[in-house]
Design a protein around this ligand. Structure first.
Ligand SMILES: [Zn+2]
Length: 101
């Protein structure tokens, strides 16, 4: 994902510089050429920055072990010794038979 943004951002910068250098004496006024080149470079830098930020978010997710997967948010289970039903471990008593253990 980062590569896609980096390549497209770098490509836009290079293309805008090439266009600027080859068309600097075109029919458009120099101000328009400079302004459009500047905007293209800003867009390219923004794309590279977005790619970098996405990579950092992914890295932090990995470091902090954050995920939106269902299984990771499920609590560990324990089994009631009286009615033998399985429930989340954080209940102080069995939610089915109210046996306290
Ligand atoms: Zn029970």
């Amino acid at each position: 994902m980062k590569k896609l943004f980096s390549i497209s951002g770098g490509g836009i910068i290079i293309i805008s510089l090439v266009v600027f250098l080859t068309h600097s004496s075109s029919v458009y006024s120099p101000m328009v050429t400079v302004l459009s080149t500047f905007l293209s470079i800003v867009m390219g830098v923004a794309l590279i920055t977005i790619g970098d930020l996405l990579e950092r978010v992914r890295f932090l997710e990995k470091q902090l072990n954050i995920s939106f997967d269902e299984d990771r948010h499920k609590l560990p289970k324990k089994t009631c010794p009286k009615c033998f039903t399985e429930h989340d471990f954080d209940y102080p008593r069995c939610p089915f038979c109210h046996h306290k253990y």
